[in-house]
Design a protein around this ligand. Structure first.
Ligand code: MN
Length: 236
């Protein structure tokens, strides 16, 4: 099996004016495509690893042979992060979360506004290329974190609920150096339904006893859900 670029489930111009058409085309069709191609190349000689979901690989990089570990970390991370990213955006997004998610955010951060401010600060203070994340730890506590490059929080035993790409390629064509404007605008296209669905899957995973099993179960469940919409590996 090889990984393939998941199609977007909305047109390139659907997120205008918050994320512009040209950025979507380059970001999805070129950048994401390159991560997929390089991941497949790295896994070329490893048929058993090809059978694993990308998030499963990332959840325990030690089981990936050393000669391809960095490639899997970077390009597998790029594939996983972007697949989640497209899925977390919607032309009907924005607004505020509700239900369990709203409750969890209020418990952990005080209010949705306080959460937004903390997330904004994380996205703005990340130096260089990387991602800002809303994650859950293995005790069910929400936290905000950042990762460099294409690292995914699952490699640190955290469960990512929502990620924001702050690589310049994600915003430079429209916003140039104004990362703050991009971050502020992004909230208008966040799909809280996607984040809520992730939260439900993660809570189930955390219900299991052993953390390693949790991460695996979560990776499998979440990835298959995302893949169902987006990113089914293709039979060779
Ligand atoms: Mn990107």
């Amino acid at each position: 099996m090889t990984h393939k670029l998941p199609p977007l489930n909305y047109p390139n111009n659907a997120l205008e004016p918050h994320i512009d058409t040209r950025t979507m085309a380059v970001h999805h069709d070129k950048h994401h495509q390159a991560y997929v191609a390089n991941l497949n190349k790295a896994l070329e000689d490893y048929p058993d690893l090809q059978e694993m979901a990308t998030l499963e690989l990332l959840s325990d990089l030690d089981r990936v042979p050393e000669e391809i570990r960095t490639a899997v970390r970077n390009h597998g991370g790029g594939h996983a992060n972007h697949s989640m990213f497209w899925n977390s955006l919607s032309p009907n997004g924005g607004g505020v979360p509700d239900g369990d998610l709203a409750e969890a955010i209020n418990e952990s951060f005080g209010s949705f506004t306080d959460f937004q401010e903390a997330f904004r600060k994380a996205a703005m203070t990340l130096f260089g290329s990387g991602w800002a994340w809303l994650c859950m730890d293995d005790e069910g506590k929400l936290l905000i974190t950042t990762t460099a490059n294409q690292d995914n929080p699952v490699s640190q035993g955290l469960f990512p609920l929502l990620g924001l790409d702050v690589w310049e390629h994600a915003y430079y064509l429209k916003y140039e150096n104004r990362r703050a404007d991009y971050v502020a605008s992004w909230w208008n296209v966040v799909s809280w339904g996607f984040v809520s669905a992730n939260l439900a899957a993660i809570k189930i995973a955390i219900g299991a006893r052993n953390l390693a099993e949790d991460v695996d179960k979560w990776a499998k469940d979440t990835w298959s859900k995302i893949e169902g919409v987006f990113s089914k590996p293709e039979d060779k």
